[in-house]
Design a protein. Structure first.
Length: 191
C-alpha cells in the first residue's frame, strides 16, 4: 500500500483538533505526527516553523467559530443572539474560545481599534438601525458589550465545574440593558 501524502490541510486539521482538545500547548509536532500516523518530517515540510503552524490553527479556529456563531444567530435579535452565542461557544468549546480570546492582536493601541479589528462595520449599522441609535452610540454599545461578553466568555471557559449558563446569560442581559440605557441617555432618548 503506498504511503499517504501528508498535506498542509491535513496538518492544520490535526493541529486544530489537538488545540480543540487541550489548547495550543497540545499542538506539538510529535503529537500531530502521531495523529496523522507519520514521522515529523512531513509536518516540517508543510510549515517553516511552529509560529506559522500556530497562525494557521488560529485562522482555522476563527473560521470554525464564525461558522458556529452564524448557525446560532437569531435574525430578529441579531445583536443579543450574537453575544449569547459567544458565551455558548465558550461553554461548549472552551479551548477554542481561549485560543480566540487570548491570541495576540497586532497593531491595536486602543479599545476602538480592537472593536474595528474584531467586528464588521455592518454590526454597528445594524445596531443603530434596530435600536434607533446614532452610529457613535451604536459603536460604543457594541464595544461595551464586546468587552463584557469576551470577559464573561473567558471566565466561563476557565471555571470548573462551570458556572450555570443561565447565570451567565442573566448577567449578560443585565449588562446589555444597562449599556443600552446609557447609550439612549447619551443620545437624548429615554426608554
Amino acid at each position: 500500500m503506498p504511503k499517504q501524502k501528508i498535506t498542509r490541510e491535513m496538518v492544520v486539521g490535526a493541529a486544530f483538533q489537538l488545540a480543540r482538545e487541550g489548547g495550543m500547548e497540545r499542538v506539538l509536532v510529535k503529537d500531530i505526527a502521531a495523529r496523522l500516523g507519520c514521522s515529523v518530517q512531513p509536518i516540517y515540510s508543510c510549515f517553516r516553523n511552529m509560529g506559522e503552524l500556530r497562525r494557521a490553527v488560529e485562522l482555522r479556529t476563527a473560521d470554525y467559530m464564525a461558522d458556529w456563531l452564524s448557525a446560532r444567530l437569531d435574525p430578529s435579535s441579531l445583536f443579543q443572539s450574537t453575544g449569547r452565542a459567544y458565551v455558548q461557544f465558550a461553554q461548549e468549546e472552551p479551548e477554542l474560545f481561549k485560543l480566540f480570546a487570548l491570541r495576540r492582536r497586532e497593531g491595536v493601541s486602543s479599545l476602538e481599534e480592537l472593536r474595528q479589528k474584531e467586528a464588521s462595520p455592518k454590526v454597528a449599522q445594524a445596531i443603530a438601525a434596530q435600536l434607533g441609535l446614532s452610529m457613535e452610540q451604536a459603536r460604543r454599545l457594541h464595544l461595551d458589550m464586546l468587552i463584557y461578553t469576551v470577559g464573561l466568555g473567558t471566565i466561563f471557559s476557565v471555571t470548573m465545574p462551570g458556572i450555570p449558563a443561565q447565570e451567565v446569560f442573566a448577567r449578560q442581559e443585565r449588562a446589555y440593558q444597562a449599556f443600552l440605557k446609557q447609550a439612549k441617555e447619551e443620545s437624548g432618548h429615554e426608554e
